[in-house]
Design a protein around this ligand. Sequence first.
Ligand SMILES: *[C@@H]1O[C@H](CO)[C@@H](O)[C@H](O)[C@H]1NC(C)=O
Ligand SMILES: *[C@@H]1O[C@H](CO)[C@@H](O)[C@H](O)[C@H]1NC(C)=O
Ligand SMILES: *[C@@H]1O[C@H](CO)[C@@H](O)[C@H](O)[C@H]1NC(C)=O
Ligand SMILES: *[C@@H]1O[C@H](CO)[C@@H](O)[C@H](O)[C@H]1NC(C)=O
Ligand SMILES: *[C@@H]1O[C@H](CO)[C@@H](O)[C@H](O)[C@H]1NC(C)=O
Ligand SMILES: *[C@@H]1O[C@H](CO)[C@@H](O)[C@H](O)[C@H]1NC(C)=O
Ligand SMILES: *[C@@H]1O[C@H](CO)[C@@H](O)[C@H](O)[C@H]1NC(C)=O
Length: 573
Amino acid sequence: MNHILLSVCILSFLTSQVIQNCINKDDEGPSPAFLYTFSGNQSCKAFLIFISQPPYNSVTNISNLTISEPGELARINNVTRKAMFPTNSEVIVPVNCYGQGQYYQSNTTYILKPNDTYFTVASNTYQGLSTCDSLMRENLYHQLNLIPNMVLQVPLRCACPTTNQIANGTMYLLTYLVNWDDTIPDIVDRFHVSTKSILEANGFPDENPNLTPSTTILIPLPTEPSSSETITHHQKPVMSGSFYNSKNKRNVYIVLAISLLIVLSVILAAVFLFYKKIFRSDIEKATGKFSNENRIKGSVYCGVFGQKIFAVKNMSREATEEVKMLKKINHFNLIKLEGVCKKHGSYYLVFEYMENGSLREWLNENKSKDRGSWNKRIQIALDVANGLHYLHHFTEPPYIHMDVKSSNILLNSDLRAKIANFGLARAAMMETSSGELARDVVVTRGYMAPEYGKAGPVTPKVDVYAYGVLMLELITGKDANFIQDGMEELLSAAIVSTMEAKNPEAELSLLVDPTLDGNNGTDVLLRMAELSVACLTQEPARRPTMWEIVSTLLKIRADLERTESFYAGFITF
Ligand SMILES: *[C@@H]1O[C@H](CO)[C@@H](O)[C@H](O)[C@H]1NC(C)=O
Ligand SMILES: *[C@@H]1O[C@H](CO)[C@@H](O)[C@H](O)[C@H]1NC(C)=O
Ligand SMILES: *[C@@H]1O[C@H](CO)[C@@H](O)[C@H](O)[C@H]1NC(C)=O
Ligand SMILES: *[C@@H]1O[C@H](CO)[C@@H](O)[C@H](O)[C@H]1NC(C)=O
Ligand SMILES: *[C@@H]1O[C@H](CO)[C@@H](O)[C@H](O)[C@H]1NC(C)=O
Ligand SMILES: *[C@@H]1O[C@H](CO)[C@@H](O)[C@H](O)[C@H]1NC(C)=O
Ligand SMILES: *[C@@H]1O[C@H](CO)[C@@H](O)[C@H](O)[C@H]1NC(C)=O
């Protein structure tokens, strides 16, 4: 029962966006569900970006779809009037934009094809340049009464510059459909505009807004856009995908699947509403009303659902981005999100339960299980490195964790490690990128890479630096900031000076965790220390990648196992 409820909660979360699109109410004021708000100027020339997708991949067909002048469309894209555009390439569409009461719009008409709905016309055919709600507003036919060959009035999202924007040199506004691979810095570079003007034009409150694929943004331009500013995307725009050009049988399945999904989500939404209270009280029951006995740490509680124990994090802040990211990641060494439930503006996140708590607690406790084993510590180091390697290279987009530290590494019953706490994680940028990122994040003292305080991009190498500190904690058992002779000292500084000493082995033996098995550890100790010092290199580019760290650790472990079996053999004979 509990599991069903849990999945109901998740499913309704995923599907609600699909229906939501067409149930917004006009009187709730301007929203992305409608067009851009009227701001004073009656009419202007404006531009749209359309992604070329068969059958709308030629000058003729795109200008026909958007009622723009074909000659003008060809000129601005620097092609001939008979040209075809490569699939997924951006096409600039010049339109006339009019203030129409509360909103701006560019009028076009569309002849319905079999199986079209308001939603598919807005999202697939017009790629989000129109919206489901405004189609319903302008066309009085009921959703279910749409039949082929009916003519729909289609308002396209456009806008005219405000007096302020005109004063700042903006001549045109370009309606841009956000694709999966888009970031604000890329768009700024490509269209030669300032970040500030984009933030202002779209009412983004912070410097680093997250762009949502399939929504549109306005780009203020001082001159006409040119074909040199357009690119070809790697992926289709979201939810585009034509219903008419593929084989009929497949279409039937797609349509059936979509109808089924809609019916299912309506039922699920109903079930969800019905059970909402029960589900919440279930979480409360499972965690003993968030009692102190059930508290693991801070706002994390353990809860028993059915036969299984889970960790429930009671988040009082907005966590949409974190949840979105957690749903995308799937790796043994990254903590698994088992369920999520939204309450008033905040969340309950349900995670797998980690029996041995955090790595920091394990290191603090002298009687911890297997505390003296080098093998276990290398395994923990490997687990964390594997998790970070996945995060840096195999998620879409790649992420930087930004908060790697021993209290964010959790250990299960077999002492296998998983990375937790993705609240500060940010989408990664490449080392060659000129943009800046994530300097808003408050990095824990003792783990902060030196470049964090300087200009230039923040790259996955900040995680490598923090990982170096984490390895030192594994070697020494000490905290990243520890007290020595009454003074607070950074573990990273202590180890770097130790390794620079004349006799690092002797110096290291003073720092190493005394509970670690000393028999065959000397060689391992030195190599582990060398590897962590490499991670702490000042110059980010010279730090090893997570993959290099994984292969070095595998070698160290193989050598350790060889000496261990050698000693074992010695004793037997
Ligand atoms: C334009 O679209 C129609 C279908 O609507 C298609 O048959 C035709 O090939 C397209 N023309 C071009 C030039 O792509
Ligand atoms: C252009 O669109 C109209 C309907 O808006 C349609 O009747 C006509 O066939 C289209 N022409 C071409 C060349 O696709
Ligand atoms: C238009 O295309 C031609 C080649 O086809 C190229 O030489 C020219 O620079 C392009 N113009 C612009 C403005 O991109
Ligand atoms: C655009 O369409 C709307 C609704 O169909 C209509 O009221 C308006 O007059 C049209 N605007 C222009 C400039 O054609
Ligand atoms: C539209 O759906 C019907 C079934 O509802 C199917 O028979 C028909 O082939 C579909 N048409 C297209 C063009 O996908
Ligand atoms: C409307 O646009 C013109 C230029 O296109 C500008 O001179 C005028 O100030 C604008 N009016 C308002 C109210 O923004
Ligand atoms: C545009 O001008 C206004 C004042 O007229 C100013 O407050 C605003 O920051 C300017 N925006 C940009 C992007 O320069």
